[in-house]
Design a binder for this molecule. Sequence first.
Ligand code: TYD
Length: 218
Amino acid sequence: MFITLEGPEGSGKTSQIRELAAYVESLGYEVLTTREPGGTDIGDQIRQVLVRLENQGLHPRTEILLFLAARAQLVEQVIKPALSAGKVVLCDRYGDSTLAYQGYGHGLDLSMLRSMLAFATDQLKPDLTLLLDLDVETGLQRKRKEAEWNRLDAYEVAFHQRVRAGYLELCAQEPERWRVIDAGAPKEAVQLAMREAVARFINENSKKPLSAPQEKGN
Ligand code: TYD
Protein backbone atom coordinates (compact mmCIF):
# COMPACT_ATOMS: atom_id res chain seq x y z
CA MET A 1 0.00 0.00 0.00
CA PHE A 2 1.46 3.31 -1.11
CA ILE A 3 0.18 6.36 0.81
CA THR A 4 1.34 9.92 0.18
CA LEU A 5 0.95 13.15 2.15
CA GLU A 6 0.59 16.42 0.33
CA GLY A 7 -0.04 19.99 1.35
CA PRO A 8 1.01 23.59 1.08
CA GLU A 9 3.78 25.10 3.20
CA GLY A 10 3.47 24.82 6.98
CA SER A 11 0.76 22.16 6.91
CA GLY A 12 2.70 20.12 9.47
CA LYS A 13 3.08 17.01 7.30
CA THR A 14 6.49 16.11 8.59
CA SER A 15 5.61 15.72 12.27
CA GLN A 16 2.20 14.20 11.52
CA ILE A 17 3.67 11.52 9.25
CA ARG A 18 5.86 10.21 12.08
CA GLU A 19 2.85 9.68 14.34
CA LEU A 20 0.85 8.20 11.51
CA ALA A 21 3.64 5.70 10.83
CA ALA A 22 3.59 4.59 14.47
CA TYR A 23 -0.18 4.14 14.26
CA VAL A 24 -0.04 2.03 11.08
CA GLU A 25 2.65 -0.11 12.72
CA SER A 26 0.34 -0.62 15.71
CA LEU A 27 -2.18 -2.09 13.26
CA GLY A 28 0.32 -4.83 12.47
CA TYR A 29 1.91 -3.50 9.29
CA GLU A 30 5.55 -2.89 8.50
CA VAL A 31 5.91 0.75 7.51
CA LEU A 32 8.52 2.60 5.52
CA THR A 33 8.47 6.39 5.83
CA THR A 34 10.27 8.56 3.33
CA ARG A 35 10.20 12.05 1.94
CA GLU A 36 10.63 14.16 -1.18
CA PRO A 37 12.81 15.67 -2.42
CA GLY A 38 15.43 13.44 -0.85
CA GLY A 39 14.94 10.08 0.78
CA THR A 40 18.12 8.66 -0.78
CA ASP A 41 21.76 9.80 -0.65
CA ILE A 42 21.58 11.00 -4.24
CA GLY A 43 18.17 12.59 -3.66
CA ASP A 44 19.46 14.47 -0.60
CA GLN A 45 22.26 15.95 -2.69
CA ILE A 46 19.71 17.08 -5.27
CA ARG A 47 17.56 18.52 -2.46
CA GLN A 48 20.43 20.76 -1.34
CA VAL A 49 20.46 22.43 -4.76
CA LEU A 50 16.69 22.86 -4.71
CA VAL A 51 16.33 24.50 -1.31
CA ARG A 52 19.41 26.80 -1.20
CA LEU A 53 18.25 30.41 -0.83
CA GLU A 54 21.20 31.51 -3.03
CA ASN A 55 19.87 29.51 -5.97
CA GLN A 56 17.28 32.13 -6.93
CA GLY A 57 18.28 31.78 -10.60
CA LEU A 58 17.14 28.16 -10.83
CA HIS A 59 14.85 28.05 -13.86
CA PRO A 60 11.47 26.31 -13.39
CA ARG A 61 12.46 23.74 -16.05
CA THR A 62 15.74 23.01 -14.27
CA GLU A 63 13.85 22.80 -11.01
CA ILE A 64 11.38 20.25 -12.27
CA LEU A 65 14.09 18.03 -13.75
CA LEU A 66 15.83 18.00 -10.38
CA PHE A 67 12.62 17.06 -8.55
CA LEU A 68 11.99 14.29 -11.06
CA ALA A 69 15.57 13.05 -10.84
CA ALA A 70 15.31 12.76 -7.06
CA ARG A 71 11.95 10.99 -7.43
CA ALA A 72 13.17 8.46 -10.00
CA GLN A 73 15.96 7.49 -7.62
CA LEU A 74 13.57 7.22 -4.66
CA VAL A 75 11.10 5.04 -6.58
CA GLU A 76 13.74 2.55 -7.68
CA GLN A 77 15.92 2.51 -4.60
CA VAL A 78 13.36 2.77 -1.82
CA ILE A 79 9.66 2.69 -2.72
CA LYS A 80 9.46 -0.25 -5.12
CA PRO A 81 11.58 -2.58 -2.96
CA ALA A 82 9.51 -1.71 0.14
CA LEU A 83 6.22 -2.32 -1.67
CA SER A 84 7.53 -5.63 -3.01
CA ALA A 85 8.41 -6.62 0.55
CA GLY A 86 4.77 -6.01 1.54
CA LYS A 87 5.39 -2.83 3.51
CA VAL A 88 3.08 0.15 3.77
CA VAL A 89 4.98 3.08 2.28
CA LEU A 90 4.25 6.57 3.65
CA CYS A 91 5.79 9.33 1.56
CA ASP A 92 5.98 13.01 2.51
CA ARG A 93 5.25 14.61 -0.92
CA TYR A 94 5.29 12.83 -4.30
CA GLY A 95 4.15 13.49 -7.87
CA ASP A 96 1.19 15.64 -6.86
CA SER A 97 3.66 18.19 -5.43
CA THR A 98 5.05 18.58 -8.94
CA LEU A 99 1.60 19.13 -10.42
CA ALA A 100 0.65 21.59 -7.65
CA TYR A 101 3.93 23.57 -7.46
CA GLN A 102 5.41 23.38 -10.97
CA GLY A 103 2.08 22.99 -12.78
CA TYR A 104 -0.48 25.14 -10.97
CA GLY A 105 2.12 27.30 -9.16
CA HIS A 106 4.54 28.06 -12.02
CA GLY A 107 2.10 27.47 -14.85
CA LEU A 108 4.05 24.70 -16.60
CA ASP A 109 1.96 22.59 -18.94
CA LEU A 110 0.07 20.00 -16.88
CA SER A 111 -0.25 17.31 -19.53
CA MET A 112 3.48 17.50 -20.27
CA LEU A 113 4.20 17.31 -16.54
CA ARG A 114 2.01 14.21 -16.27
CA SER A 115 4.01 12.46 -19.02
CA MET A 116 7.28 13.42 -17.35
CA LEU A 117 5.96 12.15 -14.03
CA ALA A 118 4.96 8.84 -15.57
CA PHE A 119 8.49 8.50 -16.94
CA ALA A 120 10.22 9.43 -13.67
CA THR A 121 8.07 7.17 -11.49
CA ASP A 122 7.83 4.29 -13.94
CA GLN A 123 4.04 4.91 -13.65
CA LEU A 124 3.95 4.21 -9.92
CA LYS A 125 0.99 6.08 -8.42
CA PRO A 126 -0.13 6.28 -4.79
CA ASP A 127 -3.14 4.22 -3.66
CA LEU A 128 -4.20 6.93 -1.22
CA THR A 129 -3.22 10.59 -0.84
CA LEU A 130 -3.98 12.76 2.18
CA LEU A 131 -4.11 16.49 1.55
CA LEU A 132 -3.32 18.51 4.66
CA ASP A 133 -5.15 21.58 3.54
CA LEU A 134 -4.42 24.93 5.12
CA ASP A 135 -4.97 28.62 4.57
CA VAL A 136 -1.84 29.99 2.83
CA GLU A 137 -1.13 32.90 5.20
CA THR A 138 -1.41 30.67 8.27
CA GLY A 139 0.95 28.10 6.74
CA LEU A 140 3.59 30.65 5.78
CA GLN A 141 3.43 32.27 9.21
CA ARG A 142 3.96 28.89 10.86
CA LYS A 143 7.00 28.23 8.68
CA ARG A 144 8.56 31.62 9.36
CA LYS A 145 8.19 31.04 13.10
CA GLU A 146 9.92 27.69 12.80
CA ALA A 147 12.79 29.49 10.98
CA GLU A 148 12.76 26.90 8.22
CA TRP A 149 12.52 29.48 5.49
CA ASN A 150 13.96 28.17 2.20
CA ARG A 151 14.11 29.26 -1.43
CA LEU A 152 10.80 27.61 -2.24
CA ASP A 153 8.97 29.35 0.61
CA ALA A 154 10.25 32.71 -0.57
CA TYR A 155 7.96 32.77 -3.62
CA GLU A 156 5.19 35.31 -3.36
CA VAL A 157 1.93 34.57 -1.56
CA ALA A 158 0.02 34.42 -4.85
CA PHE A 159 2.20 31.50 -5.92
CA HIS A 160 1.30 29.56 -2.78
CA GLN A 161 -2.36 30.38 -3.30
CA ARG A 162 -2.19 28.86 -6.78
CA VAL A 163 -0.53 25.80 -5.27
CA ARG A 164 -3.31 25.35 -2.73
CA ALA A 165 -6.03 25.84 -5.34
CA GLY A 166 -4.17 23.37 -7.56
CA TYR A 167 -4.24 20.73 -4.85
CA LEU A 168 -7.98 21.17 -4.40
CA GLU A 169 -8.45 20.85 -8.14
CA LEU A 170 -6.43 17.61 -8.19
CA CYS A 171 -8.68 16.26 -5.39
CA ALA A 172 -11.77 17.11 -7.40
CA GLN A 173 -10.37 15.29 -10.46
CA GLU A 174 -9.64 12.05 -8.58
CA PRO A 175 -11.80 12.03 -5.45
CA GLU A 176 -11.45 8.27 -4.94
CA ARG A 177 -7.70 8.62 -4.30
CA TRP A 178 -7.70 11.80 -2.20
CA ARG A 179 -8.86 12.62 1.34
CA VAL A 180 -8.83 16.27 2.41
CA ILE A 181 -7.82 16.89 6.04
CA ASP A 182 -8.29 20.30 7.69
CA ALA A 183 -4.72 21.10 8.79
CA GLY A 184 -5.89 24.32 10.47
CA ALA A 185 -7.42 22.21 13.27
CA PRO A 186 -5.43 21.42 16.45
CA LYS A 187 -2.57 18.96 15.91
CA GLU A 188 -4.32 16.10 17.70
CA ALA A 189 -7.48 16.49 15.63
CA VAL A 190 -5.44 16.49 12.42
CA GLN A 191 -3.71 13.26 13.46
CA LEU A 192 -7.04 11.66 14.36
CA ALA A 193 -8.55 12.56 10.99
CA MET A 194 -5.49 11.13 9.21
CA ARG A 195 -5.72 7.89 11.18
CA GLU A 196 -9.42 7.53 10.43
CA ALA A 197 -8.84 8.06 6.71
CA VAL A 198 -6.02 5.50 6.61
CA ALA A 199 -7.85 2.92 8.74
CA ARG A 200 -10.93 3.19 6.55
CA PHE A 201 -8.84 2.80 3.44
CA ILE A 202 -7.06 -0.27 4.82
CA ASN A 203 -10.37 -1.83 5.85
CA GLU A 204 -11.83 -1.32 2.41
CA ASN A 205 -8.78 -2.50 0.49
CA SER A 206 -6.98 -5.06 2.58
CA LYS A 207 -7.69 -8.78 2.81
CA LYS A 208 -6.96 -8.43 6.52
CA PRO A 209 -9.77 -6.36 8.10
CA LEU A 210 -8.85 -4.35 11.16
CA SER A 211 -10.47 -4.79 14.50
CA ALA A 212 -8.46 -3.33 17.36
CA PRO A 213 -4.81 -2.28 17.08
CA GLN A 214 -2.61 -5.37 17.23
CA GLU A 215 0.91 -5.99 18.43
CA LYS A 216 3.52 -5.04 15.84
CA GLY A 217 4.41 -7.98 13.62
CA ASN A 218 1.06 -9.81 14.06
P1 TYD B 1 10.76 21.03 2.23
O1 TYD B 1 11.63 21.93 3.04
O2 TYD B 1 11.00 19.57 2.27
O3 TYD B 1 9.23 21.42 2.49
P2 TYD B 1 8.01 20.74 3.20
O4 TYD B 1 8.42 20.51 4.63
O5 TYD B 1 6.94 21.76 3.03
O6 TYD B 1 7.71 19.45 2.45
O7 TYD B 1 10.89 21.53 0.73
C1 TYD B 1 10.18 20.96 -0.23
C2 TYD B 1 9.73 22.06 -1.13
O8 TYD B 1 9.75 21.59 -2.47
C3 TYD B 1 8.32 22.53 -0.86
O9 TYD B 1 8.27 23.92 -0.97
C4 TYD B 1 7.54 21.93 -2.01
C5 TYD B 1 8.52 21.86 -3.09
N1 TYD B 1 8.31 20.81 -4.11
C6 TYD B 1 8.06 21.18 -5.42
O10 TYD B 1 7.98 22.37 -5.76
N2 TYD B 1 7.87 20.19 -6.36
C7 TYD B 1 7.98 18.87 -6.05
O11 TYD B 1 7.83 17.99 -6.93
C8 TYD B 1 8.29 18.52 -4.69
C9 TYD B 1 8.42 17.08 -4.28
C10 TYD B 1 8.43 19.52 -3.76
